[in-house]
Design a protein around this ligand. Structure first.
Ligand code: HEC
Length: 255
């Protein structure tokens, strides 16, 4: 009996490890690892806007180029900005964690496994939740990550977002009923007050692509694994039948 319990415990371990940390975040996104165009745009945004500070150390340009169907010369011309970095190299950056900590107050972490650590919903919400806060050294704060050290690097695209008070007929989360107007009032509403180069829905799409890419990079073999899984199960099933018939044959004369 003890042995069975032990086996059961081990069988359950992968399921418990799979559970992503559930955070209280305002937005959600469903990653689509089959959408190559989205992942390509995500990688382009990442190399343009994030790689100044964040590396993807456990991923190579070549690996993503192959996974996302991008030719080598296109990657070399558009996504690799340093002459010291080759197509087969990992996505390192020049900035050391110590420099990051000195310059920003906190090191900019490597983001290869961040999609698995934080989950897509968190990263998506985080990137959409920067707002103007002149009291901070970077001029911005973040509704999902209070007192964040990262500047809002996507501001040229999104525009200036501010935390404003807004009234609504619906009881939005965190809103309080204003007895004078009979409406619900919340002072936690984020609103773009000076437009950037993208429309709000265009910007959300760009952030979706970027998050989609970060989720993909956390587990680049996921698509292959998912395609292989049914084949493995079919093999185990067929082999199980053969093993059972063989066992019956071996034991036939003994019973
Ligand atoms: C100018 C440097 C800089 C750039 C460029 C930058 N970041 Fe950051 N980022 C930081 C720093 C510094 C932190 C650490 C924040 C802290 O701990 O307070 C951070 C933190 C993060 C985190 C949260 C890590 C955690 O603790 O969970 C994510 C996610 C992230 N950045 C994503 C991005 C993405 C995506 C981009 C590109 C759009 C980007 N960053 C561009 C400096 C930068």
């Amino acid at each position: 009996m003890k042995k069975q319990l032990f086996v059961l415990l081990f069988a359950l371990v992968p399921f418990t490890a799979m559970a992503a940390p559930a955070g209280d975040v305002p937005f959600s996104m469903t990653p689509d690892l089959k959408d190559e165009a989205s992942l390509q745009r995500g990688m382009q945004l990442f190399t343009n806007y994030c790689m100044g500070c964040h590396s993807l150390e456990h991923n190579r340009f070549a690996r993503s180029a192959e996974d996302l169907g991008m030719p080598q010369d296109l990657v070399e011309q558009n996504l690799i900005f340093s002459s010291q970095v080759a197509f087969n190299d990992q996505m390192h950056i020049a900035m050391t964690p110590e420099d990051g900590a000195n310059w920003f107050g906190a090191p900019a972490p490597d983001l290869t496994l961040h999609g698995r650590l934080r989950g897509g919903d968190w990263i998506y919400s985080y990137l959409l939740s920067f707002y103007k806060d002149p009291s901070r050294p970077t001029g911005v704060n973040n509704a999902v990550f209070d007192l964040v050290a990262m500047p809002n690097v996507l501001e040229p695209l999104q525009g200036v977002q501010e935390r404003v008070c807004s009234q609504s007929d619906r009881p939005l989360p965190g809103a309080e009923l204003d007895p004078l107007t009979g409406k619900y009032q919340s002072c936690d509403v984020l609103q773009v007050t000076r437009p950037g180069s993208m429309e709000p829905d265009e910007f959300e799409e760009a952030v979706y692509d970027l998050t989609n890419f970060l989720v993909y990079v956390g587990e680049p073999s996921k698509l292959q694994a998912q395609a292989l899984a049914p084949k493995v199960l079919i093999f185990i099933f067929i082999f199980g039948v053969i093993a059972y018939l063989l066992k019956r044959e071996y034991w036939r004369d003994i019973h």
